[in-house]
Design a protein around this ligand. Sequence first.
Ligand SMILES: Cc1cc2nc3c(=O)[nH]c(=O)nc-3n(C[C@H](O)[C@H](O)[C@H](O)COP(=O)(O)OP(=O)(O)OC[C@H]3O[C@@H](n4cnc5c(N)ncnc54)[C@H](O)[C@@H]3O)c2cc1C
Length: 468
Amino acid sequence: MARVVVIGAGIAGLAAALAVSRQAPPGTAVTLVDGASKVGGKLRVSEVGGLPVDEGAETFLARRPEGVELVESVGLGRALVHPVTTEAGVVVDGVTHRLPTRTVLGVPGDRSALRRSGVLSAEGLAAVGADRAEPAPLNDPSVGQYVARRLGREVVDRLVDPLLGGVYAGRADGLSLRATMPALAAALDANGGRLVAAARSVVDAAPADAGPVFAALAGGLGTLPEAVARCSGADVRLRLPVRRIERTTGGFRLIGGPVPDPVTLAAEAVVVAAPAGKAAGLLEGLAPWAAHELAAMEYASIGIVTLAFPAAALAGVTGSGLLIPSTEGPVKAVTYSSNKWAPLAGSDVAIVRASVGRHREAKVLHRDDTELVRLVLGQLSAVAGIRATPVAHRVTRWGGALPQYAPGHLERVRRVRADVARVPGLAVCGAAFDGVGVPACIRSGYAAAERVLAHLRESRRGGWEEGA
Ligand SMILES: Cc1cc2nc3c(=O)[nH]c(=O)nc-3n(C[C@H](O)[C@H](O)[C@H](O)COP(=O)(O)OP(=O)(O)OC[C@H]3O[C@@H](n4cnc5c(N)ncnc54)[C@H](O)[C@@H]3O)c2cc1C
């Protein structure tokens, strides 16, 4: 009997396990191994003030098929919800402005909308107005440096940096244009020209009637992992960190668990779905170049401070939340969860989630919980006038939360995959590769499953395909 082992039960590994178990030849056993005590990785939910609130990812892009399809295929379709409001603000010099419409992650595609938002000063608007036609970028610049050179620094500091920070917890100056804004890079590659016009073409290409942009689950996105694990039928082995993978004549031997009492698993194929640093350690002996590249990938660590206020505290506070540029302090974003999600509304508590810390600024996370709560309360009081005392709070620290797609990321991923492809039956997936969002991670899990399935098919050439 063939055994496929997936290392890492985050959403990428879960998707890979599900796809393998659904499509593998009969008799293939799928084992899903994770060092943690629960499946889900960055998808986790727990109660605050009596309500289920996500500790990690809370929403996903509904305009891509993978997230919604996975939710429906594991029987959670009825729990799908869409935001009540997505109207967010950005704080500039302590004052909240509505985010301008028609931008690509803050790169303006409409100068009038930008002017109306009031986010930029007259000088900032003049710099955007000075945008000149240029040929496509030859290489892969950092978003921050590229946009600042063409449209001025202010638009980066006040819009692009906070919006990209919302996704990657990184700084625009350290993130790849081609990896984080692929549609904009493709528009520039196709036509060159003015940056604002390229952004406009990307905005205009999005279908107006494609339905809600985001989705979530009543009960929390953190309920998805258990459902996927259950449907996969995989043998789930928790609290079992894998330490080493060795090649054998039949495939692989995995060694995990405590050093004095190791657990060994044999596998015909292996999917490594752990974050880059851990994956690097596991791949060292199998695909050393891939390991080297993955070890060089940096991650941002962040904290999520969730507060439950008496419901009245949010009365008069409108919109889904705020983005807070780095110049305004270490709190990077605030979500008014009870305004944004219907299942959290109408309770006697109002939920607010704040995200703290950015790439290479993990020091703030060393403060104790009380200090972090105080920091967030200070910011909420200053920028949103919320001065109530929370009735409950929860602080979640995510070390190594989000990979940083540095300039050259796409090339790095190509090199990693090329090296891994030299080892038959080995595949990699997860947030380190093709996108940090949940649907992108699911997609990368499916792609890894495809590789493993092709290997199993190849090694049983004739038998399975003809007999199936
Ligand atoms: C606070 C936060 C908020 C986010 N919000 C959103 C959002 O709203 N929308 C969105 O689309 N995305 C969001 N993201 C991003 C998204 O959640 C992640 O990128 C995605 O869930 C990562 O999935 P993954 O499977 O690649 O990795 P992970 O979730 O990191 O899972 C990897 C798993 O591998 C396990 N593991 C590691 N090493 C080993 C080993 N040696 N042996 C066995 N197991 C191992 C870990 O225990 C973990 O369970 C957010 C991320 C964070 C941190």
